[in-house]
Write a protein that binds this ligand. Structure first.
Ligand code: FE2
Ligand code: FE2
Length: 358
């Protein structure tokens, strides 16, 4: 676990500004990359596709979407206790992850300005969307008497370096999983309006289309780089990133089950649906995907989530660090073991079905 925010730093924040949650392996990360390598990418293999996606981004279909309606104008003290805590946690993590996208895209746009004009414009448009998403979520936090100091977050978070290839795999996946996460919540609440306890979710239908377009842009970028899909290493990397994103999703959703319960969603079932659909979608971009229908697939992921919850319990007990470490070790080993077994399960070759899909 990485902790980048000291108590004294967070204590200096004005009241009403929420100190960011302690950074752990599961909190959304902030990324930086090799900008020169991105500037030198040859995009010619997907030029037409990239131009088409950028034209879609330029159209800015959601320009008038993120405007708060009257429904927000009321007191939200009825959402209280554990539900309120879970709600704030959901809003904060979502806001942080949208904002993390904004920072990365903005920096990419800036660094590519005179070297890759098409990419620079695309990243600028992506940053525009993510800033809207983060801002909208931050206003939702204000309904609960809190807000995130995004400037503070920018300066104080640890930035993780990812080479461009990793950025492309992971951002593609996070956009597509974001799409499925939002649309499945939206559809559920349409069918069960009695659980519509806060108006934010009504915005998810158009919102998720932004994420879908972002994912399509990264798909075109990924397919423009043959080394990301036409060899055995690419197949191994693709499955590695699918597994890490799905494991993180399972741990986060099951850890936050109170939030899903509060809107009438079965977290286990929701997690399965999000993962199944994201995996199926990834078939269009990745050379290889996971067999999520294998009988061992979800039970092993869920065992990781149980071990992760026990790790969190140990972290919050008052025992000395050395004892905590000894308690954690078998659980960390169990998580790695489950992930290794999952990684070694038979996979699905996505290239062979590509012509049928496209
Ligand atoms: Fe977003
Ligand atoms: Fe996005």
């Amino acid at each position: 676990m990485v902790s980048s925010i000291s108590k004294s730093e967070s204590a200096g924040l004005p009241s009403g500004i929420k100190a960011p949650v302690q950074e752990t392996l599961l909190t959304p990360r902030f990324y930086t990359t090799n900008f020169d390598a991105v500037a030198e990418m040859d995009l010619s293999g997907q030029q037409a596709e990239l131009e088409a996606v950028v034209a879609e981004l330029r159209a800015d279909y959601n320009r008038h979407h993120f405007v708060r309606n009257q429904e927000f104008e009321q007191c939200w003290d009825n959402i209280d206790g554990e539900t309120r805590k879970a709600f704030i946690d959901f809003l904060e993590r979502s806001c942080t992850s949208e904002f993390s996208g904004f920072l990365l895209f903005k920096e990419l746009s800036r660094k590519l300005k005179n070297r890759q004009p098409l990419l620079s414009e695309a990243f600028n448009l992506l940053a525009r969307d993510e800033a809207r998403h983060a801002g909208f979520l931050n206003k939702a936090m204000a309904d609960f008497g809190l807000s995130l100091d995004l400037g503070y977050l920018t300066k104080n978070r640890t930035y993780t370096f990812f080479p461009p290839e990793w950025v492309i795999y992971t951002v593609y996946l996070s956009e597509k999983i974001g799409y499925w996460r939002y649309i499945l919540v939206y559809r559920h609440l349409q069918q069960h309006p009695e659980h519509q306890i806060y108006p934010l979710f009504r915005y998810f239908e158009n919102w998720c289309q932004d994420e879908n377009r972002h994912g399509d842009f990264f798909k075109a970028l990924l397919r423009s780089q043959p080394q990301l899909w036409n060899n055995w290493k690419a197949r191994l990397w693709a499955r590695f990133f699918l597994l890490t994103v799905f494991a993180t999703h399972t741990m986060t959703v099951l850890e936050r089950s109170t939030f899903y319960d509060s809107i009438g969603i079965d977290p286990q079932e929701y997690n399965k649906q999000v993962i199944d659909r994201t995996n199926e979608t990834a078939k269009r971009a990745f050379p290889s995907i996971l067999d999520t229908h294998h009988p061992e697939f979800f039970p092993r992921l869920e065992r990781c989530a149980i071990a992760n919850q026990k790790l969190a319990e140990i972290s919050s007990n008052q025992r000395p660090a050395a004892i905590q470490f000894c308690q954690k070790l078998p659980l960390i080993a169990a998580i790695f073991w489950q992930l290794l077994r999952l990684y070694l399960l038979p996979s699905i070759n996505a290239e062979s079905s590509r012509t049928a899909i496209n």
